[in-house]
Design a protein around this ligand. Structure first.
Ligand code: ADE
Ligand code: ZN
Length: 333
């Protein structure tokens, strides 16, 4: 089963590049930028990565991202993630980045996007991995600040596929960002949003009806009959992140993860790593631990991998090409 998962061609649709920042690289970049970090060893870092809720994690995640200063830092961060994709048979990835985490510290938008997008281009050349970027607005900040970020992104519009909404969910409903999403859609960005991770079903309704999202990130709290019906009707996928849900106590353990129930109700689900450096595993580890906990069959894993391409923002022809690879792999394994 593990071999099957590792070799299965797949796409990752929910990944924060700042959350892929492995401690070893964080130490190296801190050192070259002459920045002191709180921890003296990798063991100490790992000890600190124990969370009770989303906010617990976010505090540490934003602190970690604070050592990223130059274009080369953003390049190295992204390159390290894309190298891991090559090893994990991730053929396509849609990477979220949080510009405000950096621009608020005085780093130019251009520095961030240039480093990230150059690494993506290099990975396509070296590994054949395709990628899109999702610019995510931080929901704990104001809509006015999100508008400023939208403005800053415009010279780089050709490098960005979608806009997202992340950070502290409770108390920051999607409706807070109605206007900036409307403006973002007018600029040609595809809308997605985190909803129903810690927040209620009402936030998922808002993401659908007010932000007009084309995917829901997480969506764990979708269990209301009419909401499920609506998501199914719109043919929208949930980007599920099992190890993140376990680490942030969205679920008690993976055995009680609702993913199987979601599938039974007709929802389209994909498996993703969210912030792999913080939650104990890359995408394959997410598939492996979920398979073990819920006794998923090869057929179910095959469906999940197919969904990952089907609900990507790739054009139909490229989707078909990738899906035929998944079908061919499944028929031989
Ligand atoms: N930013 C990075 N990871 C996140 C998550 N799981 N939820 C909300 N914001 C995030
Ligand atoms: Zn996320």
């Amino acid at each position: 089963m593990q071999r099957f998962i590792r070799q299965l061609p797949k796409a990752e649709l929910h990944l924060h590049i700042e959350g892929s920042f492995q401690p070893e690289l964080m130490f190296a970049i801190a050192q070259r930028n002459n920045i002191k970090i709180k921890y003296t060893s990798i063991e100490e870092v790992k000890e600190a990565y124990k969370f009770d809720c989303l906010q617990d994690f976010l505090d540490i995640y934003y602190a970690g991202a604070g050592v990223l200063i130059t274009e080369a830092d953003f390049y190295d961060l992204t390159w390290a993630y894309l190298e891991s994709c090559a090893k994990e048979n991730v053929r396509h990835t849609e990477i979220m980045f949080d510009p405000q985490t950096h621009t608020d510290r005085g780093i130019a938008f251009e520095t961030v996007i240039s480093g990230i997008s150059k690494a993506c281009k290099a990975a396509e050349k070296k590994f054949g991995i395709t990628s899109f970027l999702i610019m995510s607005y931080l929901r704990h900040l104001s809509e006015e600040k999100a508008f400023k970020t939208l403005e800053e992104s415009l010279p780089f519009k050709h490098l960005i596929k979608a806009v997202g909404l992340d950070s502290s969910e409770r108390g920051n409903p999607p409706s807070k960002f109605k206007n900036v999403f409307e403006a973002s859609i007018k600029e040609g960005y595809v809308p997605v949003a985190h909803a129903g991770e810690e927040g209620p079903a009402a936030y998922i309704w808002e993401a659908l009806n007010i932000l007009h999202v084309r995917r829901i990130d997480h969506g764990n709290n979708c269990f209301e009959d009419d909401l499920i019906e609506e998501i199914v009707k719109r043919d929208i996928a949930l980007t599920i992140c099992p190890l993140s849900n376990k680490a942030l106590k969205v679920v008690d353990d993976l055995k009680s993860h609702p993913v199987k129930k979601m599938i039974e109700r007709g929802l389209k689900v994909t498996i993703n790593s969210d912030d792999p450096a913080y939650f104990g595993g890359q995408i394959n580890q997410n598939y492996i631990e979920l398979q073990e906990a819920l006794d998923l069959s090869k057929e179910e894993l095959f469906e999940l991998a197919k969904n990952s391409f089907q609900y990507s923002f790739l054009d139909e022809l490229t989707k078909e090409k990738y899906i035929s690879e998944v079908v061919s792999f499944y028929s031989k394994n």
